[in-house]
Design a protein around this ligand. Structure first.
Ligand SMILES: [Zn+2]
Length: 54
């Protein structure tokens, strides 16, 4: 029920390296799920055809 709240405050993890994404960028992954990607992995994300979201 409060999962959305939990998601709101949980530290975001990078979808690629799995580390806490301090400078997270929002993307959709190749299956269309919203994910965050840390700054270091944005290049990789774009090669994987992840789409930016705002
Ligand atoms: Zn990363």
């Amino acid at each position: 029920m409060f999962q959305w709240l939990k998601n709101l405050f949980a530290p975001k993890k990078c979808a690629i390296c799995g580390k806490k994404a301090m400078d997270a960028r929002n993307y959709y992954n190749d299956t269309g799920e919203p994910v965050v990607v840390c700054r270091n992995c944005t290049e990789y994300a774009e090669r994987r055809a992840f789409r930016k979201r705002n």
